[in-house]
Design a protein around this ligand. Structure first.
Ligand SMILES: *[C@@H]1O[C@H](CO)[C@@H](O)[C@H](O)[C@H]1NC(C)=O
Ligand SMILES: *[C@@H]1O[C@H](CO)[C@@H](O)[C@H](O)[C@H]1NC(C)=O
Ligand SMILES: *[C@@H]1O[C@H](CO)[C@@H](O)[C@H](O)[C@H]1NC(C)=O
Length: 608
């Protein structure tokens, strides 16, 4: 009964919100406003940007409208004003010695006379007279040197590979051969080991997931800019379909599940092919080296790029807060990123917000490798142990969430928090980007690997079972339904229910995904299998790491180099998404071919 009441109230609030009509909306001061940046710089004026706090002055009624409107979590906070003004044009009537004071008094004067409200400068982003950012420094030059070395290594390796006579190649040279690496990228393993070619859909799943991640990040990136029509998000966020944006974050877990699945399954196959070998914990360093060799060189390169030339790659009023600030934070904490502890060390200083995933993935990789190596000898016991661990980890998560009163992501995806990238938000740091919340997904991946492997040994065919076929047909629609279900959680505040949902959110979604994946591998139907095994996905899927790393930089660049406030609309954001995809895969291609693969093969050739 209580449950029903809570759900009903949530529905009413979520549906009605705190709306005002469009005419009243425009009575409120514009939330974001930007002056002409090019003109200002051309006239050698000072351009200042900052955030102001509104306070009542003469117009108490307007202020209470602002407060009321802002009290809806899915609206921006309209008691704040964001301004980027050219002092020599917009503020020519105010005289003051320092640009900061002039800017503050100017906006205050304008808001007072126009709206009867007091505006107090609370955060000055910058005041500057020229476009120039940071000058080119030693870091930039050092990075250029490294990039040149990498290109040289590729030229050398390719030349060696093309010119060498038959015979045993020098491994660490041929690793850099562009020709060989291109062949690897486009290789078709369809007629190879059937156990491996059955896994083809996994690349499709990865590629599609990444496309959806880019879409969500396009929406997030729009929130970081000055938005011309913030009401687009304010109105849209109450729509039921917006739930896919707000609650779709679980989809990233697909990567975690797939990567632990592949880890365990490949190890199990390795043992099956080499009966003399047994899995043992002694293989741990080797497994870790393998992973680090694959990820770290590329990751360091992208961090290097982000801390150096990225900051020089454009200019505009929003360039400093969106790109230069991120780049500076990365300079300060790049070592925590390289050690994969950035989600624990100074978690509030976010360097490239999407890299939380790499840290969590690596942390869970260690856990999963240990589990696989230990449990691998007793595959049947492993299934039971892993099943118990999935439930156990969910219980622990429930306890953590309940005790610290954390919130599921669907309640955090609100405009004001997205605009500021979740500063000091406990649930983001200690739940969303913490390894324990992704642990169930990783364990489910392991579980599926063990189950799938033992079913193969037993020659069990799920396609023959009616029950499996029905469940399989239901799994993909259920994934969509489960995400959509978050709509009814948006307004719920009852602690037990919120914690329960937060603890179930990711594991349930991943259980459905894992079940669907298991069905794809077993070819329960051919439509999904054909769709996901398309050659194109296979190639894009292989570039996933490079694409994931670079897409956020491009997504931000596209918006940050604009000099006017960004209009938000389905087609604008969709266009931004498509341009991001296009640029991302073109950028990922050289990253994958010239750095990711060669560096991995090079490191493997000198360590093995
Ligand atoms: C809006 O921002 C002001 C100033 O930071 C803050 O005092 C107020 O609580 C915020 N309003 C809402 C609804 O979050
Ligand atoms: C704004 O500044 C102008 C020029 O300094 C002044 O005449 C006017 O009274 C000010 N308005 C307010 C509301 O302070
Ligand atoms: C305006 O903000 C500053 C801090 O930026 C604060 O010290 C000052 O008290 C505020 N003024 C008013 C009137 O609230």
């Amino acid at each position: 009964m209580v449950m029903m009441w809570v759900v009903l109230t949530a529905m009413v609030v979520a549906v009605t919100g705190f709306e005002i009509n469009d005419a009243d909306y425009h009575e409120m001061p514009k939330l974001f406003q930007l002056d002409d940046w090019e003109e200002c710089l051309a006239r050698r004026g000072q351009f200042c940007m900052g955030t102001f706090n509104l306070m009542p002055h003469r117009n108490d009624r307007l202020f209470s409208v602002l407060e009321h409107f802002s009290s809806d979590r899915y609206h921006f906070n309209h008691t704040l004003l964001h301004r980027g003004l050219c002092l020599s044009t917009s503020c020519s009537h105010i005289r003051d010695s320092s640009p900061r004071a002039r800017f503050a008094r100017c906006v205050n004067n304008l808001t007072r006379s126009r709206y009867g409200l007091e505006a107090n400068l609370t955060q000055l982003t910058y005041c500057k007279a020229g476009a120039g950012g940071r000058a080119v420094d030693d870091w930039d030059l050092a990075f250029t040197g490294v990039a040149a070395l990498i290109v040289a290594a590729n030229v050398l390796g390719t030349a060696y590979d093309l010119l060498r006579k038959d015979g045993k190649p020098i491994k660490y040279l041929v690793a850099w051969s562009l020709v060989a690496n291109w062949r690897r990228l486009t290789a078709d393993h369809s007629d190879g080991d059937p156990r491996l070619s059955a896994l083809k859909p996994v690349q499709g799943m990865k590629a599609i997931t990444l496309l959806l991640v880019m879409m969500a990040h396009s929406v997030l990136a729009y929130h970081l800019t000055y938005i011309y029509n913030p009401q687009f998000f304010e109105k849209g966020s109450h729509h039921i379909l917006a739930t896919y944006m707000q609650n779709g974050t679980s989809i990233v877990q697909t990567f975690i599940m797939a990567s632990s699945f592949l880890l365990a399954y490949n190890l199990l196959l390795h043992v099956a092919d080499n009966p003399k070998k047994q899995l043992s914990i002694k293989m741990l360093p080797q497994c870790l080296m393998h992973r680090i060799a694959r990820i770290t060189p590329l990751y360091l390169f992208v961090l290097g790029l982000a801390t150096t030339w990225w900051a020089h790659a454009g200019e505009g009023p929003m360039w400093a807060p969106m790109v230069e600030a991120d780049s500076d934070r990365c300079r300060r904490k790049w070592w925590t990123q390289a050690l994969y502890v950035n989600n624990f060390v100074e978690p509030d200083n976010k360097c490239l917000i999407h890299t939380w995933f790499l840290a969590v993935d690596m942390q869970l990789y260690v856990v999963c490798t240990i589990l696989t190596l230990v449990l691998g000898r007793w595959p049947r016991t492993a299934v039971k142990v892993l099943g118990a661990m999935v439930l156990g980890s969910m219980l622990v998560n429930y306890a953590i969430i309940y005790n610290w009163q954390m919130q599921p992501m669907v309640q955090l995806m609100i405009p004001e928090l997205m605009r500021t990238q979740f500063p000091g938000e406990r649930s983001f740091i200690w739940l969303y980007s913490a390894p324990w919340d992704s642990l169930p997904s990783a364990l489910i991946g392991l579980l599926v690997a063990f189950v799938y492997h033992s079913h193969q040994l037993d020659d069990y065919r799920p396609a023959d079972s009616r029950c499996m076929r029905v469940l399989y047909r239901l799994s993909v629609p259920c994934m969509f339904a489960w995400v959509l279900g978050g709509f009814w959680m948006k307004g719920v505040s009852q602690a037990a229910l919120v914690s329960l949902y937060a603890a179930l959110d990711r594991p349930l979604f991943i259980t459905l995904t894992a079940f669907a994946m298991y069905g794809f591998f077993n070819k329960i139907d051919s439509v999904w299998w054909k769709l996901l095994s398309w050659r194109g996905w296979e190639i894009l899927g292989r570039m996933s790491l490079s694409a994931y790393l670079i897409h956020w930089l491009l997504s931000l660049t596209l918006l940050a180099q604009r000099t006017n406030a960004n209009r938000a609309a389905i087609f604008d954001i969709g266009g931004h998404w498509l341009s991001t995809i296009f640029l991302t895969y073109w950028a990922a291609l050289p990253l994958h071919l010239l750095i990711e693969v060669p560096a991995m093969r090079f490191l493997q050739s000198i360590t093995s």
